[in-house]
Design a binder for this molecule. Sequence first.
Ligand SMILES: *Cc1c(COP(=O)(O)O)cnc(C)c1O
Length: 470
Amino acid sequence: MKILERRSCQTQRLDLTITLCDCLQNEHSADQYTTVYSGSKKIMAEWNIETKCVQSGYRPKNGEPREVPIYQSTTFKYDTSADMAKLFDLEAAGYFYTRLQNPTNDYVAAKIAAMEGGTAGMLTSSGQAANFFAIFNIANAGDHIVSSASIYGGTFNLFNVTMRKMGIEFTFVSPDCTEEELEAAFQPNTKAVFGESIANPALTVFDFEKFANAAHRHGVPLIVDNTFPTPVNCRPIEFGADIVTHSTTKYMDGHGSCVGGAIVDSGKFDWLAHAERFPGLTTPDDSYHGIVYAEKFGLEGAFITKATSQLMRDFGSIQSPQDAYVLNIGLESLHVRMKQHCANGLALAEFLSKSDKVESVAYPGLPGDKYYDIAKKYMPNGTCGVVSFCVKGGRAAAEKFMHELKIFAIETHVADARSCCLHPASSTHRQLTEEELIACGVPGNLIRMSCGLEGTDDLIADVANALAAI
Ligand SMILES: *Cc1c(COP(=O)(O)O)cnc(C)c1O
């Protein structure tokens, strides 16, 4: 199999994880980089994000398929059991069982790692699995995490209920907290800091530098869920994030076709410099004959190799190769699609902010929004296509408005090609009382709109008609 040959010519490092940018850069340096002239000096520049969306990851050699092949196989064949034994000892490069790894997934993970500017990446079966793995890879029972309180509801539940049951404690801080408040959240057993670049659904923007500085002062990594802006609009590693996660279900797939997730490692966090805090990466793993991940796979490969060889092995939250293939098609147009999502989002936010039927609008790309300045700093080219607003007239007006929409469909989803909307108070948050709804930032008159790829004027007309009917 070609890919096995390709992998075995890499160094010993990253053998299990392959994915890698690392390997892509070694092998395809001529392809990955464009030549740029500055004065008379020739300098090498990295591909820009548009080119990475299309070209990174799978780079076929002479006579190989142009499209990423779907390796629809649970298992892989070897000539001798000695060959296979090397794989099980993490001593050689290769695939043996798709519960841990599959070549199709690895090509697509390598593309996402390149887009984020990381050194290694992996796909997971969902965004939930990605965030769970990212934390559980470095935190055990008795450990503690500092998290922004402004995060996706599913992630909040994972942390606050399920992972608490596993013995991991969380302290939630406001994304707008002062440095002193953030400092006070740390404990001697804190293992990571977590936040979302643009929070779903609150649309708060994460102050990367504030959180990265605090994390690094305490010798722990910053983990950022970058689902909403995607690496097209924001690359958290450039602002100090160490690990980046994604729900690829949203804009990356972009067509509402496949649930999936991804984890990318920046390769920058020095586990060995904080060895006592991260024993899982810096002391021998008995299940692989005592290898030490941070030593054997280096800073660039340790985190993803451990997550693959322990967590994927034990939990099996693998993305299907079919879905990885579909995800890759989505990634090829992500940079083109994000422009239209953002243009529609901004136009809708501007329209709503001028309507006398509307009480308030939240959109970080809208001048005057509480997060406008910080969004301009970290994502100057655009934010996302999701806009939320509160309609005048309370819950009844919100329900009437939704009923009148013709293009925006009522769905528990965001971030795909077709515009959709949700009234949290009567769906995702319907168990909450009016007081609880206000406390968690989703009052009864709040509507979340996800702008798709349709024509801007048609979307505005749809919303204008529905508002007029209230
Ligand atoms: C949807 C979402 C998730 C969860 O992802 P799934 O793919 O649905 O498991 C996590 N984080 C954010 C920001 C999301 O929007």
